[in-house]
Design a protein around this ligand. Structure first.
Ligand SMILES: Cc1ncc(COP(=O)(O)O)c(C=O)c1O
Length: 505
């Protein structure tokens, strides 16, 4: 096969990845163009890519820049190096197509979809099976962390230190904003991500869940319209439904996050009260919104005084060397509120999260008191200590490495067991995979049949307020790949293939 020709379009590709000054490095630009060639199908799995010398000449760069570009792509799992032969596109299913560019207006929005008909029945069935502590189901849909990875001894030591650190105060009401030692550490943590905040900019919460609900409550009332990504995490759908909010779905672009051109048009046609998104490693696609897009998003929204709730729960789960800047870094008006927690990075059971409420600080603090009264300062202080000792940072480095290699196993499994024509978007971080089956696969039926065999994946319509994505599922790759997981993936593939065979007959 002849290698595809790479055009140097770096001038027109400003989103390829940036350094801390907002400038894209040359090898990242080259890598982004090669990624685009693969995503668009110009380069297929197994195809040889140009030699390093040829790449060097095409882009007019040094050999070391060409090597860095290919090394980056190899690290991301996009290319593989075959000894004595050169670089090849790694086996992988291609990117799903984009939703049609129809811009919604509010009257198109179905408010109650999530609580109706078939989706409601499936939800009830899933909830009955999953929300129990003795559940025997293999959770390949909910985000499970690898229990073997947990730094149990170090964490237990820190947790045990909590009561000692806070003394008798820990047994009293502890009003927001939450434990100061934790808030100090959070401010330091975000400084490493290019965002300067003071400990007083944070309020602690009971997980990210409470944070998002408090922020939504502060900026929107029942019946208001909130812009979200499409697809987006089922919890987002549930939060919005519970607060009686209308949902405006904005498509997600591969490796770019929310489609900002679409959003811009949608903002002209609709009175949007808030935007709730996951810019860093979006759930389910794993897309990272490039820094320039984050800036544009914040400027676009702040131009109309629309608050942005930035779900940053996956922000530290990056596969690149450095963590992405949050969109909050571009906020000049206090309109961007980060919501996050330790649930996807350390342990779901801790139930400690935080928000940066910006200009809504006062309202949100009162709502927090009305919601859950006080803060669990013993656990918060323990986590402050865990971070202070550098243990959180050390653990994150280990966790990222594990999840990256676990992802390769899942991608391989999908390629091996799922039907021909299945597409999956390669995530840039996070813990979720968005899988698109051929049209004739019904994810509701798949979910029902898989659940009967104690396997759970999330059916696509759970990730849309309009029941879209019927032939898609969300698979998570937090749980370690094993023989049991492989068997479950094979079974899922088999169930999907059976549906396709039936559709053909
Ligand atoms: C994107 C996203 N946001 C929020 C949550 C809830 O987070 P927490 O457990 O911290 O409440 C989840 C849980 O799966 C999630 O995936």
């Amino acid at each position: 096969m002849t290698p595809a020709h790479f055009e140097d379009k770096s001038q027109t590709a400003p989103n390829a990845g940036s350094d801390s000054n907002g400038k894209t490095k040359r090898y990242e630009q080259i890598a982004a163009q090669i990624t685009a060639q693969v995503e668009q199908g110009a380069l297929q799995s197994g195809q040889k890519v140009p030699s390093l010398q040829r790449l060097r000449k095409q882009f007019g760069v040094s050999l070391s820049t060409a090597i860095r570009a290919y090394s980056l792509l190899e690290k991301e799992g996009l290319l593989e190096c075959r000894p004595q032969s050169g670089f090849y596109v790694a086996p992988r299913p291609p990117v799903p197509p984009q939703p049609p560019p129809k811009v919604h207006k509010a009257s198109d929005v179905d408010v109650g979809f999530y609580n109706k008909g078939e989706l409601f029945q499936i939800r009830a069935m899933v909830e009955k099976e999953l929300f129990r502590t003795d559940s025997q189901v293999l959770h390949l849909g909910t985000i499970e962390l690898n229990p073997e990875l947990l730094p149990l001894a170090a964490l237990q030591k820190s947790i045990a230190s909590g009561p000692r650190r806070v003394g008798s105060q820990g047994y009293l009401y502890n009003w927001p904003p939450g434990d100061l030692s934790l808030r100090r550490q959070l401010a330091r943590h975000y400084l490493d991500r290019g965002l300067s905040l003071s400990p007083n900019d944070f309020l602690t919460t009971t997980g990210c869940t409470e944070g998002i609900q408090l922020c939504l409550g502060a900026v929107a009332k029942p019946g208001d319209l909130v812009a979200v990504e499409s697809p987006t995490c089922p919890w987002t759908q549930i939060f919005l439904q519970r607060q009686g909010l209308k949902v405006l779905e904005i498509p997600v672009l591969p490796h770019k996050g929310m489609d900002l051109d679409y959003l811009e048009k949608a903002l002209h046609r609709n009175k949007v009260k808030a935007c709730l998104i996951i810019p860093s490693f979006q759930n389910p696609t794993g897309s990272l919104m490039p820094e320039a897009h984050k800036r544009r998003l914040v400027e676009m929204l702040s131009g109309q005084d629309i608050p942005l709730i930035e779900n940053d729960i996956n922000g530290d789960l990056h596969f690149e060397k450095t963590a992405p800047k949050p969109a909050k870094a571009f906020d000049k008006k206090g309109l961007v509120m980060i919501c996050s927690s330790f649930s996807k990075t350390l342990a779901t059971g801790l139930r400690v999260g935080w928000i940066t409420p910006g200009k809504y600080y006062g309202d949100i603090k009162i709502s927090k008191i009305l919601n859950t009264m006080t803060c669990n300062v013993m656990t918060e202080s323990a986590l402050g200590s865990f971070m202070e000792q550098g243990l959180y940072r050390r653990f994150l480095a280990k966790a990222r490495k594990f999840y990256f290699s676990n992802l390769q196993a899942f991608l391989h499994g999908i390629g091996k067991y799922f039907p021909k024509g299945t597409r999956v978007l390669r995530p840039q971080g996070g813990l979720t995979l968005w899988v698109e089956f051929p049209k004739d696969v019904d994810s509701f039926r798949l979910c029902r049949e898989a659940l009967a065999e104690k396997i759970f994946v999330v059916p696509g319509p759970f990730l849309s307020s309009q029941g879209k994505f019927r032939n898609c599922i969300r698979v998570t790759y937090g749980y370690p790949w094993s023989e049991k997981v492989e068997k479950a993936m094979e079974r899922l593939g088999g169930l999907a293939k059976r549906q396709l065979a039936e559709a053909r007959n």
